[in-house]
Ligand binder design. Sequence first.
Ligand code: SD4
Length: 337
Amino acid sequence: MKRRKFIKKTTLAGIGIATGTTITACNNNLNRSASVNSKEEKQTMNNSLKPFPIAICTWAFTKANAKAGEELSNSKSALDAAIAGVEVEEENLKNTTVGKGGAPDREGNVTLDACVMNPQGDCGAVVCVNTITNVAALARKVMEETPHVMLAAEGAEEFGYSQGFKKENLLTEASKKEWEEWKKSPEYKPIINIENHDTIGMLTIDKNGDIAGACTTSGLSYKMKGRVGDSPIIGSGLFLDNEIGGAVATGMGEEVMKTVGSFLIVELMRNGMTPQAACEEAIRRIVSKNDRHKDFQIAYIAINKAGEVGSYCIHEGFTYMKYQNGVNENVKSGFVL
Ligand code: SD4
């Protein structure tokens, strides 16, 4: 009991430090509201008083984030909204690194990875899924309908069919053509911010202040058969704690996995760091130990329980989306290089 009380106390203290600005801003608004008269002014004050709902996601996935924001505004749960949001990209055939239409592995197989987490701390994941588009929703089914956290390949697919998911060919003509072109001189070298980095990781806070997240990808283009990156790994591609906040990653999964990046960020926030400081520290751990960091991109976004957001990456060029109070904006991340 004593220990639990101590943890609760330190957690709250941590949030106090991390969220000072937001809390002050709200209080100022409250004090001012007595002198607000017009309807518009009242509306503006009302909006600025509500930190939630919020949706953030990696890269400039405007429509996906707007979808999540819309769902949250319609009082959907954080998890429902995150999954509805990322599905926009899973179904976008033009996105060659998420869902159907994703770039295949070296042998021409599109294999998808995804994971989800809910505010209760439950999680589900699927890896190497070759025939189902909505893998974040499938990961949710693993979480809710099985005693397990992760299912792989045929096992995940067979479970998916039993849950009503459709069997599909995920390789589009366009992705096939690009892969055939790549095979002519099959070099494996990621191009920073261009070729391999469009995983969608999303974090949502619903009207009740509860946090959920989803991360879904086809992984690195032309990866080795069977390769799985960070995106479906709880703690690497995604982690959240409803008392603290959450984080998601995009970029070179191998490097994120080595430092368990998303878990690290949440733990740093638990110890009092802002989301921004925590993202910077997680990137610093990678950069300081790895001389090859100039050759790959990694980006994190994070949010805390008060709705403060942070982001940091290795190379300039990473942006993320933030939906709050009906505004869906693209925000430039801080960077090392
Ligand atoms: C992976 N992290 O499979 C993913 C790739 C990625 O944007 O983020 N692409 O390693």
